[in-house]
Design a protein around this ligand. Structure first.
Ligand code: ADP
Length: 484
């Protein structure tokens, strides 16, 4: 699929440090999950190159932070324009290495680029404050200054957007960045780096360290241990988030963590059922269920349970599974074998504990899994506790609003949640009671660049996107001026 790129020079396989493409001493393969074909052999770097990237970023920092906000804004805006000008090629690279349908990849390129556009604008609004003095001989000021060299470790499910929503605010604030993209999807990241270079982002301000699974651990250790790196932003599993947090303790690094979710999707008796069916479908099966905000547990009130389940199952039967490059496909492959094993384990467990399969339930050849709906789900099932991260929707029945809230909150996670209701009192009560960083009410999709994305409890720390998204990349400094 990659010989049809409009600009073949976007197909990069070397890492990017200090403005140079770095081949490294070894390579690792990247595969197309839809076909199993090898797409590329990518530079496999380790701790030594990571130190070089940290040094390059640190060296580039003074000149980058000395630029005016408007100058940084102009460079970011140029990067945004280039990302959008190459939307089609970036989408092809993404579908090839990640598997999501081409239309979804185009959407992700636009979504990913939108963070660059947004933070190009926000770069000009990182305002300090003048505080009222406690003594008329003094003046009290608050400055916001760039935190320093930042590291970003990103996952494979959004190969572009998870990078831009960390890198764009960092660059806007005046910080250089070292990106360690997921080993399964480095090609999109490298193409974005090539476009950053063309946009005029100076050497050393944006670096990409590619590494396989094993070397990623060593690269991560080097980034965490460095006292030059002042901030680490990570999106991925809660398990790895905990490891990185512990590794950052000795250098007391500022952390932004966007970890696992276990999103509830609640349908009350008073909901518009057709709308809830559409919302549940979009929320559950987007990216084949492989997003941290995908609904994981569907809770439906007894009065509309049968109607919802029947209509939802009918909707899911219309899903077309296949290679993301093929027309009409709206569910691609899962990313790797381990992902299929987990989905099958959750489905089998649900069936063994009394679940009733309405659609799907099985693997298909290759890395594909049938979009699956299981009714009569119960709290003792694995899918009630763990994030499935695949195309499996268990549907639970509940009686009261209190019960729905209690079930929804019975998890250590707190990223996205959703509910459908037409009752304004209930909308406020439930919206306030859900222990989640994000609540979608009568919607199944809620992310966009100018809202704060993030979780509570063990789903993470900090917010990405929106004007809050700059906060993690600046330090607040208090100046107390006397003798006025
Ligand atoms: P996912 O569940 O999305 O596969 P992971 O948390 O395993 O997420 O991986 C997300 C990112 O974290 C990837 O870039 C991966 O290479 C990296 N990673 C995984 N384990 C470690 C580790 N121990 N140290 C540093 N990075 C890691």
């Amino acid at each position: 699929p990659l010989d049809r790129l409009q600009d073949p020079t976007l197909f990069k396989t070397d890492a990017f440090i200090a403005g140079d493409w770095v081949a490294g001493n070894s390579r690792f393969p990247v595969h197309d999950p839809a076909t199993g074909h090898k797409l590329a052999d990518v530079a496999n770097l380790g701790p030594a190159e990571t130190q070089a990237a940290i040094a390059a970023a640190n060296a580039a920092w003074p000149a980058w932070k000395a630029r005016t906000a408007k100058e940084r804004s102009i460079v970011l805006r140029r990067w945004f324009d280039l990302l959008m000008a190459h939307q089609e090629d970036l989408a092809r690279l993404m579908t090839a290495e990640q598997g999501k349908p081409l239309a979804e990849s185009r959407g992700e390129v636009a979504y990913g680029a939108s963070f660059v556009e947004w933070f190009a604008e926000e770069a000009k609004r990182i305002n300090g404050e003048a505080l009222p003095q406690f003594d008329n001989n003094r003046r009290l000021l608050v400055l916001k200054q760039p935190i320093g060299v930042c590291a970003a470790i990103t996952p494979w499910n959004f190969p572009l957007a998870m990078i831009t929503r960390k890198v764009a605010p960092a660059l806007a604030a005046g910080c250089p960045v070292i990106i360690k993209p997921a080993e399964l999807t480095p090609l999109t990241a490298l193409a974005a780096a090539e476009l950053a270079l063309r946009a005029g982002i100076p050497a050393g301000v944006l670096n990409v360290i590619t590494a396989d699974a094993e070397q990623s651990i060593a690269v991560g250790k080097a980034l965490c241990a460095s006292d030059v790196v002042r901030h680490l932003s990570f999106t991925g599993s809660t398990e790895v988030g905990r490891i990185l947090m512990a590794q950052c303790a000795p250098t007391v690094k500022k952390l932004s963590l966007e970890l696992g979710g276990n999103a509830p999707f609640i349908v009350f008796d008073d909901a518009d059922i057709d709308s809830a069916v559409e919302g549940a479908f979009a929320s559950k099966y987007r990216n084949a269920g492989q997003t941290c905000v995908c609904s994981n547990r569907l809770y439906v009130q007894a009065g509309v349970y049968d109607e919802f389940v029947t209509k939802f199952a009918a909707k899911v039967r219309t899903a077309k599974v296949g290679n993301g490059f093929d027309d009409g496909v709206n569910q691609g492959p899962l990313i790797e074998e381990a992902a299929l094993v987990k989905v099958q384990r959750h489905v089998d467990d649900a069936l063994a504990k009394g679940g009733r399969v309405l659609v799907g339930g099985k693997r298909l050849p290759g890395l594909f899994f049938e979009p699956t709906v299981v009714a009569d789900a119960s709290a003792d099932m694995l899918c009630a506790r763990e994030e499935t991260f695949g195309p499996f929707a268990p549907v639970f029945k509940f009686e009261t609003e209190q019960e729905a809230i209690a079930c929804a909150n019975a998890t250590e996670f707190g990223l996205a949640s959703y509910f459908y209701s037409r009752d304004v009192g209930r909308i406020f009560r439930v919206g306030e009671a859900l222990e989640y960083g994000m609540v979608g009410i009568n919607v199944g999709i809620l992310a966009t660049e100018h809202v704060p994305f993030g979780g509570v409890k063990q789903s993470g720390l900090g917010r990405e996107g929106s004007h809050f998204g700059i906060d993690d990349y600046v330090e607040i400094k208090y100046l107390c001026l006397g003798d006025i």
